[in-house]
Ligand binder design. Structure first.
Ligand SMILES: *[C@@H]1O[C@H](CO)[C@@H](O)[C@H](O)[C@H]1NC(C)=O
Ligand SMILES: *[C@@H]1O[C@H](CO)[C@@H](O)[C@H](O)[C@H]1NC(C)=O
Length: 449
């Protein structure tokens, strides 16, 4: 397979052991305009949220090889191509599960935060610090080598009401830093974006904000959690028609990072809308909340010990998905894409005073050139009060990649596939750096295309 050859050649160039040869032949997913593509094909997320044990059990389901392989059989029955995982242990090994997922045609969308290494929405500045970013970057290091790592979530529901919108600059700064880290380390341009809570008062502002300003500060996609379609319902009754209208012209891919209202019996009637041309010009699918039955009763299966039994919602989702192939062609996506304007300060719903962002914490700058090193894992002391916080305001363009590959010991020595996903406007920012990327990537062009 051509993709395998490209992956192997990258791995062979790697200086350290961080990148091992991967057998997976899944093509990596890229952003083009407001859509995802796997090769020449439009890619729609058809997934579930996967956190067996629930949000209160801080465990890494990708490190649980037996559980992972058991559950992949159910993912296949559902016809999924993606799962979302909320927490991983960045000291654990993930090879076996990730490769088994790839063999099943399944991509991973990963939250890089963990409960102890996350922003504090009530007092974000101290929590945006060196130890925090070290953990996030170490997670990126662990997952960047898998071709089926689809995307990273830089945060999940940090803003969960009008007042917490004041923390939005920190979410945006973290997104900027992750993107810069990925580029500086010479990794594949894995998309980075934020997963927003379903907050009607500032959902649109948050989306615009994450896609405004200089290119180094803009996300690669936007996602939000949505429980507004409660069966029996319809495209118009649920208000999804307005969510298409209001986001028409938005320049990034959007998908639903959680959906599946359970106030009534779930038939998953929304699936037929989500993957129809009613929505595909703006939306790229979504993730059903959630795979396993937990106290909130959104489960598709019941896990008991090592046994899995399917619930009625499993059959309903399976039949909805199997009855809903993706639209023919490109689904009417917008190939141009582009930046949004920044939303204006507006009490009480949008409390971001200006468009400046906090500067990367001084102590975290070294990770950009020498790598993050070993992560703290789930047993680490936690970062929220670790000190080493950001001081001052970033200058525009500060998140631009300052190198295209790593001179450090653990990274890849090539800057290859970054070029394909750079937005055209980014070329005007750093013409020399980008020209170098083009040269490097043209060396690999034959194997990548
Ligand atoms: C869409 O935008 C209109 C006008 O700004 C607003 O009143 C409405 O609440 C929005 N609908 C949704 C679902 O966001
Ligand atoms: C495509 O996206 C660009 C940039 O966001 C926007 O200006 C344009 O109106 C969009 N076109 C359509 C047909 O939505």
């Amino acid at each position: 397979m051509k993709t395998t050859a490209a992956v192997l050649s990258l791995a062979a160039l790697s200086a350290g052991s961080a990148l091992k040869p991967r057998q997976s032949s899944l093509p990596s997913v890229e952003v083009k305009g407001n859509a995802f593509f796997a090769g020449n094909d439009r890619f729609y997320v058809r997934g579930v949220d996967y956190q067996p044990g629930g949000s209160s059990d801080v465990a890494d389901p990708i490190a649980d090889t037996d559980g992972c392989k058991r559950d992949i059989e159910y993912f296949k029955q559902l016809g999924l191509n993606a799962i979302r995982v909320y927490t991983i242990d960045n000291t654990a090994d993930h090879d076996e599960c990730m490769n088994a997922l790839a063999d099943a045609g399944i991509y991973l969308i990963l939250d890089v935060n963990t409960p102890k290494y996350s922003l504090n929405r009530a007092d974000p500045n101290p929590s945006y610090n060196t130890d925090y970013l070290q953990s996030l970057f170490a997670t990126v290091d662990k997952f960047q080598g898998y071709s089926n790592t689809l995307a990273f979530f830089s945060g999940n529901e940090v803003i969960n009401d009008p007042a917490s919108s004041a923390a939005a600059p920190y979410v945006k700064a973290v997104t900027r830093d992750l993107r810069q880290y990925i580029r500086n380390r010479g990794y594949r341009t894995i998309p980075v974006g934020y997963s927003a809570a379903d907050v009607a008062e500032n959902r649109l502002e948050m989306a615009e904000y994450m896609n405004c300003g200089t290119d180094d500060e803009r996300s690669d996609f936007f996602a939000f959690n949505d429980y507004s379609w409660c069966d029996p319902s319809s495209f118009t009754q649920s208000g999804w028609d307005q969510k298409v209208q209001n986001f028409t012209g938005y320049g990034l891919p959007i998908f639903l990072s959680e959906y599946g209202c359970n106030t009534h019996t779930r038939q998953f009637e929304e699936v037929a809308s989500l993957y129809s041309t009613d929505m595909t010009s703006v939306y790229s699918g979504g993730l059903v909340y959630e795979y396993s039955q937990e106290p909130s009763k959104y489960g598709l299966v019941e896990i008991s010990g090592s046994d899995v039994s399917t619930l009625p919602d499993f059959d309903a989702l399976m039949s909805a998905l199997s009855g809903t192939p993706p639209p023919q062609g490109d689904g009417g996506y917008n190939s141009t894409g582009g930046a949004s304007g920044c939303p204006a300060y507006s009490e009480p719903n949008w409390l971001v005073k200006d468009d400046s962002l906090p500067a990367i914490p001084e102590g975290a700058k070294k990770f950009m050139t020498s790598g993050a090193g070993t992560g703290p894992g789930l047993a680490g002391a936690g970062s929220q009060n670790a000190g080493g916080a950001s001081t001052g305001t970033a200058s525009a363009g500060s998140g631009q990649a300052t190198q295209t590959g790593s001179s450090g010991s653990s990274g890849s020595s090539s800057g290859t596939s970054a070029a394909g996903a750079l937005r055209p406007t980014e070329f005007s920012f750093a013409p020399f750096a980008c020209a170098a990327v083009v040269v490097v990537s043209s060396l690999f062009g034959a194997t990548l295309l």
